[in-house]
Design a protein around this ligand. Sequence first.
Ligand SMILES: [Zn+2]
Length: 102
Amino acid sequence: MEKQIGELYEQLGELKGKLSDLLEENHRLSMENHHLRNRLELEEAAQDKVGEEMESLKVPSEGYDNLARLYEEGFHICNLEFGSPRRNEDCMFCLDFLSKTK
Ligand SMILES: [Zn+2]
């Protein structure tokens, strides 16, 4: 009987040790989880920001059509000579601008 109690006591000691290991592990994992979650949120916020900026940079297709028509009608749409007559010459800058905007 006394021997059994001694063994039980020993086992209890081992269990206590394992339990504190588990608690430590659990703590470590939850810290790591916390860090990862923060980082994920930061990255998501950054991506939203980039998305908004792309959106504001994008020329609406209607605006592109208007510019293309203006060019067809013989005017510069490049930022060098915007609105001035082309005199029936193709302008590299206008064409470049159109191809980038498309
Ligand atoms: Zn031009």
